[in-house]
Each structure stands twice: as C-alpha cells, then as structure tokens.
Design a protein around this ligand. Structure first.
Ligand SMILES: Cc1cc2nc3c(=O)[nH]c(=O)nc-3n(C[C@H](O)[C@H](O)[C@H](O)COP(=O)(O)O)c2cc1C
Length: 182
C-alpha cells in the first residue's frame, strides 16, 4: 500500500468551507493517509522547507487538495511550490528526490462540468487550467495521475458532499491508478 499524503490548502477550512471540510472529515478515519493542512500549520505563511521536503520523502503518493480560486491554486499552495521545490532537490540535474512519486490534484470548483468546456462560461477544461502544475510535476520527474474534481461544489447538498468525499477517499487509495503511457 502506498503511503499517501494529502496536502490540503483551503484558506477557510473551518470558517466557510463545506466541500473541502467534508473531504477532510472523510479522510480522518483513514490512518494510512496523512492530512497536512497548510493554512493551519503555517498561519504566518512561513513554510518550513525542510519539514515539507521530509514529508514528501516519507510518502509515495501526494494529493494536492484545494478549492479552485481564479482558475488557480490558493496562494499558500503556490508559495509551497515556490519554497519547497528547490533547485538541486526537486529539479535540476541533481534534483531527483521526487522521481517516481505520484501526484494527484484534488480540486473543488464552483463551476459545473458543462461550464468548463469551449462554449461554456469558463471556456476551458480544468485540465487546461492546471497545465502549469502538470508541467511542474513532470519537470520534477513525478508522475501526474488523473485529477479528482468536484464540480458545482457550492450547490451540492451535505449528503451529496458526503457521497462525493467517500468516492474521493476511495479514488486516492486506488493502487491501480496510473498515468497513461503510449
Ligand atoms: C476567491 C475565490 C475565487 C474563486 N474562483 C473560482 C474559479 O475560478 N472557478 C470556480 O469554478 N470556482 C471558483 N470559486 C468557487 C470555489 O472554488 C468554491 O466555492 C469551492 O471550491 C467550494 O469548496 P469549499 O466548500 O470547500 O469552499 C472561487 C471562490 C473564491 C472565494
């Protein structure tokens, strides 16, 4: 069983979030999954690079869980990338520490699947909006696995969110997941 780390990055997990909080509550009952909430660990945004790198080394599968904010990651998660993925550690000729690690984006979005297509109100797919993250992970020699996206998150009922969260927990533990290779 792969050791799974969920890096959770909602700015208001306990004062406003419904979808991400529901996911975190579903994850809690799984002792084989480490949940690491960036906004709770770093309220002053001073990220401990060495601690974060050690966490990454200790796990084989890394899930980045966040609400989509302006088609992008939340700001502390962006800072996490900037601080933690150091040259010579994560990338560069000697930066091989993330080689072979699996990454999953676990995004919640206000828009619907229909919105996220050409002709829809958000025009592009979320796969297109996450291209910088895909390139970053590939640059760091990681494996980018298909994302888990909860669309229309603000409109879902508590019951629907719970069903969605349970499916999410199953998905991120699925050992048969792999990146498609030609
Ligand atoms: C500052 C901000 C920016 C947002 N930008 C987007 C966006 O670009 N696309 C989208 O689909 N939803 C957007 N939303 C909606 C959130 O993604 C949505 O409310 C969230 O994923 C629901 O999860 P939660 O209940 O855990 O907060 C935005 C919300 C906020 C507060």
């Amino acid at each position: 069983m792969k050791k799974t780390l969920v890096i959770e990055a909602h700015p208001h997990l306990h004062d406003g979030s419904r979808a991400n909080l529901c996911r975190v509550e579903a994850l809690r009952s799984h002792s084989n999954i480490t949940v690491h909430s960036l906004y709770e660990v770093y309220p002053d945004w001073t990220i401990d690079t060495k601690d974060e790198q050690q966490l990454l080394l200790d796990h084989d599968r890394i899930v980045l869980q966040y609400p989509l904010y302006w088609y992008s990651v939340t700001p502390l998660l962006k800072k996490w990338f900037d601080d933690v993925l150091e040259y010579g550690w994560a990338y560069g000729s000697k930066g091989v520490q993330l080689q072979g690690k699996q990454f999953i984006l676990a995004i919640t979005a206000g828009g619907t699947l229909e919105d996220y297509q050409a002709g829809g109100s958000d025009w592009f797919s979320i796969s297109e909006y996450t291209k910088p993250l895909q390139a970053t992970i590939v640059r760091c020699r990681g494996t980018f696995l298909p994302s888990w996206i909860t669309y229309d998150a603000d409109q879902l009922t508590e019951k629907q969110l719970q069903i969605e969260a349970a499916a999410y927990v199953n998905y991120i533990q699925d050992q048969s997941l792999k990146a498609y290779k030609l």
